[in-house]
Design a protein around this ligand. Structure first.
Ligand code: MOS
Length: 753
């Protein structure tokens, strides 16, 4: 029986729950010393002098490295080269890197870092999107616009003329801090032959390889990157580990000793990227019956001091701005502006949760104005097989959007939601439907390939190395299942190796919900080479024709005679007969036709779809929002591991509940004033809703076994569903999150802006 579609227990579960797994804080290497970051305390300006005289006296102080110590290129920007590894005079946010102190103990490094005196000349910082956009001089970089993307489909002027109604609204979504439970951490070891070995808590080993190689001006294969067990990432360990590792590498090579860096929580929050705050303006024209005709959408994003992955966020949010609905005329502008605030970058969904908040609030506002049911207006406009997306891409296969709406509303008993509203608590129900382009899309197509290396040992064990990573999401489990199914062997024969740049070619980043699709297809391609060799060896051993061999459930069978041997007997024979036992597989996403000027074409080769329905209770006395239930229907193409999908959906929903209600990230002139869990309120077990996961399977022909991504789709609809539910409970359009008690009470008291 195939193990695809079964809820296999995670191979890493026991070691992680018993504490056997060693994370970076637990790992030491010989002669290791420790680094602590020194960073700007002002949001914008220049530093004039760095005074080490007191810091140097700290017991255990070893060295201080800064821009002067960079061997070749002082540049770390992953897509746009706008970010120095160490600031060279100019600092652009509180947290901009000035240097790294190295000491014998972590405590000494931190103590010394606090005693380094930096003199600044301050400039007026830009602290909001509006200030940044409207600036005419003294820009943060060459200009204050970090990047922009657009969509120009149809003729919006004539579209709005055809419309019976035109509605407009503005929306705002806030920062979100990743709050991965394990902070940024690495150990960098200078090797004798000029190589640099890196062990890191990370998502993208090959980004680190390239980044460190650029800083040192050496070949990427001189940088050996191994992933340590990683305690959460959510996009926050996409590009950030490159800078953490590169700074440690500069120090390690300079002093000739292994350097370990582990950020404390306050530094981690102050220095590293977050979710982009968005401000959005939607103008949408519709027919009397709710049919969408035209839209003009402006998305503005706070990119912070450096672009990091803003281009991806801006591209994705532009392509998905109107959601999974058919619309003939649409113009979208998606602009990211630099500010003197911590950089914003990759965070689960890359701008999709923000854009989804916009289109899903807008759909409800339109439904309200037309006196339509929010489900009805969605069903009227939803993409179906043969429909065109907002970028004029025709979707033929694996279009499960409508089914997610139907299944979720049925399970939620949508039409019969009629609670008692007479008391202190007002009840509400809200729906939100989304699509999510799988993998890197047209903009990142050039790097959208991934590999695996499968090695069969004479004992019958199978070692799988792959280029993407396990970061808590359950990757090791699905890689085990997919390899087992492709080779006809049981999961307990399969050993998934920690990701290591030495083992596999550059497989691109572990982002964009691409792991199952990329790695699964690479496994299938490896199996295509491998199976004929296994069968040929079996035919020699069993004295039959290779075409008569079947390998399944750890057994090798001659179908003709019914003779059977065990898989490990075959492997043992292969080990003795000098045949190849190591196989690589590679897969690249299909070619996409796309025009970057107009934003028209195949933005992504495939889309995941989802609908969330939130049931909420609002305490009209305190303003507190309780999310009682999330019903989440997800079209995943094919569920490789249903329990893993439930895990993603429950986790994504929890993170969405936090973003929509409790997580209120605050700064004062660029200094984070919510740097811990007592001020930045992640939902606890008591705050998260009961989540009901409904799996919809519309197979994707290009996906392995028909599968599509789930990691990010799980969070994208949640906030819109909650805001729609709260709006319906109160009869007030709640167009900004988080829905903190203060914001909700202000709305109830008529103080909403
Ligand atoms: Mo993620 S935002 O795909 O790392």
């Amino acid at each position: 029986m195939s193990i695809i579609g079964q809820s296999l227990t995670r191979p890493d579960a026991a070691r992680k729950t018993t504490g056997e797994t060693r994370f970076l804080t637990d790992i030491s290497v010989e002669n290791m010393v420790h680094g602590a970051p020194v960073y700007s305390s002002i949001p914008f300006g220049e530093f004039k002098t760095i005074d080490l005289s007191i810091a140097e006296k700290v017991d255990g102080f070893i060295a201080f490295v800064s821009a002067q110590d960079v061997p070749v290129e002082n540049q770390i920007g992953v897509i746009i080269p706008d970010q120095p590894l160490f600031a060279d005079k100019t600092v652009r946010y509180v947290g901009d890197s000035i240097g790294l102190v190295i000491a014998k103990t972590p405590e000494a490094a931190v103590a010394a870092s606090r005693l380094i005196k930096v003199d600044y000349v301050e400039e007026n910082p830009y602290l909001s999107i509006d200030e940044s956009r409207d600036a005419t001089e003294n820009f943060i970089h060459e200009s204050n616009l970090a990047c922009q993307h657009r969509v120009r489909k149809g003729d919006t002027d004539s579209g709005f003329k055809e419309a019976d109604h035109i509605f407009e609204a503005r929306f705002k979504t806030p920062y979100q801090e990743h709050y991965y439970l394990e902070p940024q951490a690495c150990i960098v070891i200078p090797e004798k032959d000029g190589k640099i070995k890196i062990l890191g808590s990370l998502q993208c080993p090959f980004y680190i390889q390239k980044a460190v190689a650029r800083v040192f001006g050496i070949a990427t294969d001189k940088i050996l990157v191994e992933q340590a067990p990683t305690g959460g990432a959510f996009g926050g360990k996409e590009d950030i580990p490159s800078e953490v590792c590169a700074r440690a590498a500069v120090a390690a090579v300079k002093i000739g000793l292994p350097v370990k860096v582990v950020y404390n929580r306050r530094d981690d929050i102050q220095l590293t990227s977050k979710r982009h705050p968005f401000q959005m303006h939607y103008k949408v024209g519709v027919k009397h019956d709710g049919t969408l005709v035209a839209a003009n959408i402006l998305l503005e994003e706070n990119a912070g001091a450096y672009a990091t992955l803003s281009t991806v966020v801006s591209y994705r949010s532009a392509a998905q701005a109107m959601g999974p609905y058919v619309i003939p005329h649409i113009h979208v502008d998606s602009n990211s502006y630099y500010t003197n605030l911590p950089p914003t970058g990759a965070f689960r969904g890359f701008g999709s949760p923000q854009a989804a908040f916009g289109h899903e609030r807008m759909m409800n506002i339109i439904a309200d104005k037309l006196n339509m049911d929010p489900v009805e207006i969605r069903l009227k406009n939803i993409v179906k097989p043969g429909s065109e997306t907002q970028t004029a891409q025709v979707l033929n296969e694996s279009v499960g959007a409508e089914e997610t709406i139907r299944k979720a509303t049925k399970s939620a008993n949508w039409t019969h939601f009629n609670p008692d509203q007479s008391g202190r608590y007002k009840h509400g129900i809200g729906i939100s439907t989304i699509h999510y382009g799988n993998c890197l899309g047209a903009a990142g197509w050039h790097m959208d390939g991934s590999g695996v290396n499968i090695k069969i040992s004479p004992s019958g064990d199978i070692y799988v190395a792959y280029g993407l990573v396990e970061m808590g999401q359950g990757s090791e489990t699905v890689v085990t299942q997919m390899t087992g199914d492709a080779l006809g062997v049981s999961p307990n024969r399969i050993i998934v190796l920690p990701t290591d740049s030495v083992q596999v070619p550059d497989s691109g980043p572990a982002v964009a919900s691409r792991n199952v699709v990329m790695t699964g297809n690479a496994i299938r391609n490896a199996a295509q080479t491998l199976m004929p060799i296994l069968k040929k060896a079996a035919s020699e051993l069993m004295g039959c024709d290779a075409s008569e061999i079947a390998i399944m459930d750890d057994k090798v069978t001659d179908i003709e005679s019914g003779t059977e041997i065990s898989f490990h007997e075959l492997c043992d024979f292969m080990g003795k007969s000098n045949v190849p036992m190591e196989f690589t597989g590679w897969w690249h996403t299909p070619k996409l036709e796309y025009n970057a000027e107009t934003g028209i074409g195949e933005a992504y080769f495939s889309y995941s779809f989802a609908t969330h329905i939130a049931k909420v209770r609002v305490d009209t006395l305190t303003g507190q929002v309780f999310v009682d239930k999330i019903i989440a229907a997800h079209d995943v193409g094919k569920a490789i591991n249903p329990a893993g999908i439930e895990g993603q959906v429950e986790g994504g929903s929890a993170q969405g509940i936090g973003w929509a209600t409790t997580e209120d990230f605050k700064m004062d002139r660029g200094v984070v004033t919510t740097p811990n869990l007592s001020t930045y309120l992640l939902p606890t077990a008591l705050d998260v809703a009961e989540v009901e996961t409904i799996i919809v399977e519309k197979p994707e022909p290009e996906g392995p076994w028909g599968a599509k991504g789930i990691g990010e789709p799980s969070i994208i609809p949640t906030a819109g569903a909650i805001a729609n539910a709260v709006s319906s409970a109160l009869g007030i359009q709640m167009n900004e999150i988080p829905l903190t008690p203060e914001r909700v009470l202000n709305a109830i008291n008529g103080k909403i802006e």
